[in-house]
Design a protein. Sequence first.
Length: 260
Amino acid sequence: ATGRPLHVGRPSWAGHNRWSKVRNVKGPRDAARSRLFQRLGLMLRSAAREGGPDPALNAQLANVVEQCRAKNMPKASIEAAIHGAERSAAATRMLYEARGPGGAALLLEVLTDNPRRSQQDVRHILNCHGGTMAEGSRHSFEQKGVVRVGPRDLRGRPVSLEAALEVALEAGAQDVCADEEEEEEEEEEEAALKFICETSALRTLRERLEASGLRPLSAAIEYLPRDHVRLPEETREQAERLLQALGDCPDIVRLYHNIQ
């Protein structure tokens, strides 16, 4: 990493859950956790169907299992979802492009066993909250490798952003920041950290971070906004309601936007 500049980013890199944290529109925590576990269960079944039920031989499944554990999903629920994969209907993964209020770009990653129903549900939510399906939104994003690590290292010690920066330099990350993502579960006092890299370096970065003593929670390729849009107050409130409604849709497993 010698001679290569490293950017310490603001917590707006993800750009897909910033406004889901608005307390005035966030649903009850128990219902939110139920939706979260429903999505994770669908992701577990899909990964197990595609690559087999053994996480040691199925990297995609192993990553989803890590995410489940990081979200405190019960072990019994994880095992039940994996073992029930063969009996479940095959799920289709799709990426919808959309525009929100004020021209904000949206990408919706959907995992469903009924694509037609999911498309109708998403279109209905968009229409009710000032959004629309729109081709071309993907150009507002770029794919990056994202490794999330716990706020404490493998020894249980807090990890500061300064220490994370040093590790990022050694591990070859392009960016590191506090992670704003909150998949509708209750908020934690300590924020996780997010390391950004090129998609081809994702696996290497994860291994290096773990070797340095950090505790990876997940590693995945995500869509990060190239630029951000700043909305006026009234439009932003409408966008918040749209993002909340999309977050309540059980078929949407990832939601990206470029709202600042």
